[in-house]
Design a protein around this ligand. Structure first.
Ligand code: B12
Ligand code: SF4
Length: 557
């Protein structure tokens, strides 16, 4: 049976939860009668990785590795079999279209997969979307090489539907790109269906008992270094009641999930709707936890609201604080935080028993050393006995000025020179260089560690940069994380066998076997699965060969 569209998540992307964007696109298409299947190559490769790639998905530096052409080429070479099997299992479904979700960190691997798909299935048009496919960024021109392919800027729902239904207008070189200018955004987010996570096998994700949901798209602020507004212009918020209904729906579908992560840029952008959600959760005695991981410091976040949030189940609020300097906040356009008593918002939050995450950036355009010291002063003022409730999150990109953000578009206005690139840029007066930013990062992290704070990335010193292809981490400065260790003790034979056939099997029978199974149990399961696949009426020759090889190799288990 063929599907109209297969949506893919290339690596590297987060492995904590399934990607919400693809689950939303699927729900939207299915509701309109379009058959859609999501395949998450990112999570598959995460589980197949050899110990030497143990840390490649670690948030501390995974992002920089997947941005490095040499690393991605090496990885694809080493996992050629697995990736080709995956590609075949996509093609096997005979989709009318293949969609790829592209982030900054998955851009290089998306290109590699797109190449394979072009080679093996040249007649299937590809559609690229996701945050890295933004009008202001150069990447979409590089990925869009085939005349039948499409790029969609910004939110994907309506444009994707139009293309798949065959209604899209072909322009110019037979490619098409929609953006906020060409297509108005969805006005009412409450009309969107609830995300559809059925194509994801939740035990594969690191936080198996977490699911993502969201309040809003876009942001109230317009920070000079941020690219949010190029793909989600403006700010749109859902109704608290709709979010409540979505949580209830997900609770019914996934009774084992106990925590909901809000995947927003600003989860507290509309205080009235946030309170409405809390009221509904409290009134109905709904026993869940939720994390507002992207929140903005604002004066409404007071002791009363924290109490309500806590009572409703809020376990964590992650603030994009960046700097406590009011002057800098005004300069960079973080307007919503300007009239807030930042220290009070933080300490009231900590007192309420909610864990507070604080993001800090280093070397924002216009930052002075005195501004930078204010970051340290702020964390010093939190009483020592409350510091265990605070997680410090120092930006590993220090302050990148990426194409598409305001500071990149108007460097003169911000007094910066971008000649050395988005990571190594300098202020025109040389008071803010990469070295100075790195110094401030290291000074801050050392102070935070000495003050007893938890550091989200376990970073003790800034990892380093190579100016050409972006960032490159110096791995020796990081401890091996638990995932790395787990993958090291995995049974080599089992994982090498499964890795070769996982995509083939996964395409038809899920949930597939967890790696942790004992080999004898796994063998039984594989036998059963092979028989079932054999029972299909139409099999590609490559599948028949693969089944034969699988059967032969099963004896070695
Ligand atoms: C949750 C989140 C994470 C989670 C991801 C968990 C997970 N598995 O999903 C974690 C914490 C891991 C994370 C990490 C990082 N993140 Co983050 N994250 C987010 C956040 C807040 C929400 C993502 C989300 O679910 N959005 C909601 C859905 C509905 O939106 P969406 O995914 O963009 O999908 C829509 C469109 O993009 C489009 N679309 C998406 N895919 C496709 C595919 C096709 C074919 C089509 C047509 C359309 C399409 O349609 C969708 C529906 O309209 C976004 C900000 C935001 N508001 O989106 C940042 C964001 C995605 N993150 C970003 C960044 C920079 C990072 C980090 C690099 C930060 C850092 N310096 O460490 C790391 C990198 C991680 C890594 N190792 O690769 C940037 C990405 C910029 C870019 N150009 O890629 C964003 C946009 C924030 C920002 N404004 O700068 N992040
Ligand atoms: S508050 Fe965060 S998401 Fe909003 S514009 Fe600023 S950096 Fe971007």
């Amino acid at each position: 049976m063929s599907v109209e569209i297969v949506l893919l998540q290339p690596p590297g992307w987060g492995v904590e939860n399934p990607p919400l964007g693809l689950a939303m696109l699927k729900a939207y298409l299915q509701e309109r009668g379009v058959s859609c299947r999501i395949m998450d190559l990112n999570i598959q490769l995460f589980h197949l990785r050899h110990v030497k790639y143990g840390d490649s998905w670690n948030l501390s530096y995974g992002y920089s590795l997947w941005n490095n052409r040499e690393f991605v080429t090496g990885f694809f070479k080493e996992y050629q079999h697995e990736i080709e099997h995956f590609v075949w299992s996509v093609i096997q479904q005979r989709p009318g279209y293949i969609g790829l979700s592209v982030h900054g960190s998955s851009y290089l691997s998306a290109i590699a997969i797109a190449d394979l798909l072009h080679r093996y299935a040249p007649s299937i048009p590809q559609i690229y979307g996701g945050p890295q496919m933004a009008r202001g960024r150069p990447e979409w021109r590089q990925i869009l090489t085939n005349r039948d392919d499409f790029v969609i800027f910004g939110e994907g729902e309506e444009s994707l539907l139009e293309i798949v239904k065959g209604g899209a207008q072909v322009q110019g070189t037979a490619t098409l790109a929609y953006d906020g200018g060409l297509r108005p955004q969805i006005k009412n987010l409450d009309e969107l269906p609830f995300p559809d996570f059925r194509d994801f096998y939740l035990p594969l994700y690191n936080q198996q008992d977490f699911l993502p949901t969201y309040f809003s798209r876009g942001c109230l602020n317009h920070c000079a270094y941020c690219t949010e507004s190029v793909y989600f212009p403006g700010f749109r918020c859902r109704n608290g009641e709709r979010v409540f209904n979505e949580i209830c729906h997900l609770m019914e579908a996934y009774p084992r999930v106990g925590t909901y992560r809000f995947h927003d840029s600003v989860s507290n952008g509309n205080i009235r709707e946030l309170e409405r959600l809390c009221d509904l959760l409290i009134e109905n005695d709904v026993q869940i936890q939720f994390n507002l991981e992207g929140a903005v410091i604002r004066r409404e976040m007071d002791a009363r609201l924290y109490r309500k949030l806590k009572k409703a189940g809020c376990a964590l609020i992650g603030y994009g604080l960046e700097t406590p300097s009011k002057q800098l906040l005004a300069n960079i356009g973080k307007t919503v935080s300007r009239d807030a008593d930042i220290r009070k918002v933080v300490t009231d939050g900590v007192k309420s028993g909610i864990t507070i995450g604080l993001n800090f950036m280093f070397g924002l355009p216009g930052e002075t050393d005195a501004d930078s010291m204010q970051q340290i002063e702020l964390i010093k003022k939190i009483p020592w006995y409350r510091r265990h409730r605070v997680i410090i999150n120092p930006a590993l990109t220090l302050c990148a000025i990426s194409p598409g953000c305001r500071a990149h578009d108007e460097p003169e206005k911000y007094g910066i020179d971008l000649e050395k690139g988005e990571y190594l840029w300098e202020s025109r007066d040389k008071a803010n260089t990469f070295e100075i930013r790195r110094f401030r990062f290291n000074r801050f992290v050392a102070e935070a560690t000495a003050l007893g704070y938890r550091n989200l990335f376990d970073v003790n010193i800034f990892p380093g940069v190579d100016g050409g292809s972006g960032q490159r981490a110096d791995l020796s400065s990081y401890p091996v994380d638990r995932d790395g260790l787990r993958s090291a003790i995995r049974d080599e034979r089992v994982s090498s066998l499964l890795s070769r056939y996982m995509h083939l099997i996964e395409a038809r029978y899920e949930p597939y076997a967890p790696f942790s199974w004992h080999p004898s149990r796994l063998k039984k399961w594989l036998k059963y699965t092979v028989q079932k696949i054999r029972g299909q009426d139409k099999l590609y020759p490559a599948v028949i060969l693969a089944l034969k090889e699988l059967e032969d190799r099963m004896d070695t288990l």
